[in-house]
Design a protein around this ligand. Structure first.
Ligand code: NDP
Length: 433
């Protein structure tokens, strides 16, 4: 803690992993001998840089850019870029740390990293966003590459931003290096199902958890927080699997639509018009907008926190349990506080941690890299089938590991131990580097 002062989210993420990997460390004394725990908590490289840019009125702004290249034992650093005013070094480190284990769990050859900036794209014109992205890439390009570090999107970085980032990378380097970024548009090297993958994957993961209990999403009311990339495609897949999403949100509040969220309207409001979520309630008969309220008070059988870190606290978890919730899957990274996780586990709720439940996005990114490398592009159906298979495997790996280590049904322990063991084995094999 004293080496990383003030990085509270990073401390929280590290503590959560260290709390559950004890049995794996006991079983493998060679990990302790090689000081894997100490090495795994220390990023291989951290880059912080100035990002100056000019707004539409000639005003000058200075933001801070980050890229934390956390661990490359399993492959090139891989992980998204987040543009949000709350981004600090500790935020990027927590996300990068989580990414190392998540990527290991996918079984694919990718290391972990994360980056971003405290730039806020909300309310900015397309031209301002473009100028920011170009300035950001003017430094980032030195550190990334198909075999080195492959960023993608995250909060505030979607198709528009990735397009500007890729365009600037191509211009600076004079290389059409498709696999340097993932989440690209389909017209310039993107892959089918990447946009949908995190949301689809988290619905698939929850369906797997429910099936173990002889249950399914069909016929269940579901709450999905957020209304961004992950939330929208979670809603889409939950509906396809027979569930009904009755609420979603943004940082202003939540909408409750008891007859089920109208997906076309949601996409129109958020993806086409880029409006706030309250605009959905203005246009959907029967829907209400609750400003500043807790979405977790809305009765549901399944909850999928898909907005941001620490959005589901112990009081929210208690409300879910009280209303009969049976499963929670983390679409976002670390959205559930440690206190809330305790409430859910003690109540016997099936709980899918983000490292496992939202790994579909990065898995599809690895498939995008594979298609770019072979100059191929797969169909939507084939890509979705691959994603479903990967999510099934991740679920099975977490479930089996939890059983093996004597904590059956505890996916937090299962995910942390399975991810840790894979990275630790690779680090041992590579020697002291
Ligand atoms: P987006 O920027 O597309 O959407 C984020 C959504 O969360 C927005 O609706 C935003 O609303 C909302 N939000 C932010 N803060 C809060 C808050 N305090 N309370 C309620 N809502 C809030 O991001 P993504 O959908 O891409 O990412 C969401 C989460 O999923 C993040 O934790 C991200 O790290 C994680 N994730 C994303 C992946 C991906 O492939 N995109 C992959 C794996 C994980 P507002 O407009 O008000 O800010």
């Amino acid at each position: 803690l004293s080496r990383n002062p003030g990085e509270t989210e990073f401390h929280q993420a590290v503590r959560e992993v260290l709390d559950s990997i004890g049995p794996a460390v006991d079983k493998h004394p060679e990990y302790a001998d090689a000081r894997i725990v100490e090495r795994i908590c220390e990023p291989e490289r951290q880059i912080i840089f100035r990002v100056p840019w000019e707004d539409d009125h000639g005003g000058i702004h200075i933001n801070r850019g980050f890229r934390v290249e956390f661990n490359s034992a399993l492959g090139p650093y891989k992980g998204g870029l987040r543009f949000h005013p709350s981004v600090l070094l500790g935020t990027v480190k927590f996300l990068g740390f989580e990414q190392v284990f998540k990527n290991a769990l996918t079984g694919l050859p990718i290391g972990g990293g994360k980056g971003g900036s405290d730039f806020d794209p909300r309310g900015r014109s397309d031209r301002e966003v473009m100028r920011f992205c170009q300035s950001f890439m003017l430094e980032l390009y030195r550190h990334i590459g198909e075999y080195t570090d492959v960023p993608a999107g995250d909060m505030g970085v979607g198709g528009r931003e990735l397009g500007y980032l890729f365009g600037q990378y191509k211009r600076i380097t004079n290389r059409y290096e498709s696999a340097v970024l993932t989440g690209k548009g389909l017209i310039y090297g993107g892959a089918q199902v990447r946009r949908e993958a995190t949301g689809y994957g988290s619905a698939f993961f929850v369906e797997e958890m429910l099936q173990v209990r002889g249950d399914s999403l069909a016929g269940k009311d579901v709450v999905v927080s957020g209304s961004g990339n992950v939330a929208i495609y979670t809603v889409e897949k939950v509906h396809q699997l027979g569930g009904r999403v009755v609420a979603c949100s943004d940082s202003d509040g939540f909408v409750h639509d008891p007859s089920g969220i109208d997906l076309d309207l949601l996409k129109d409001v958020k993806e086409v018009r880029r409006e706030r979520i309250r605009a959905y309630a203005d246009k959907a008969p029967g829907a209400t907008f609750v400003e500043g309220g807790s979405i977790w008070e809305v009765p549901c059988r399944v909850a999928l926190p898909s907005a941001t870190q620490n959005e589901l606290d112990a009081a929210g978890a208690a409300a879910l349990v009280r209303n009969g919730c049976v499963a929670v899957g983390e679409g976002a990274n670390m959205p559930t506080t440690p206190g809330a996780v305790r409430v859910l586990l003690e109540a016997g709720v099936a709980f899918g941690p983000g490292k496992a439940a939202n790994a579909g996005g990065v898995a599809a990114s690895a498939l995008e890299m594979q298609q770019n490398a072979s100059r191929d592009s797969w169909t939507f159906e084939y890509s979705e089938a691959r994603l479903r298979e990967i999510m099934r495997d991740i679920h099975a790996r977490c479930h089996a590991t939890a059983e093996e280590y004597g904590v059956p049904g505890n996916y937090v322990a299962g995910a942390n131990i399975a991810g840790y063991a894979r990275v630790a084995e690779a680090m041992l094999a590579l020697g002291l580097i």
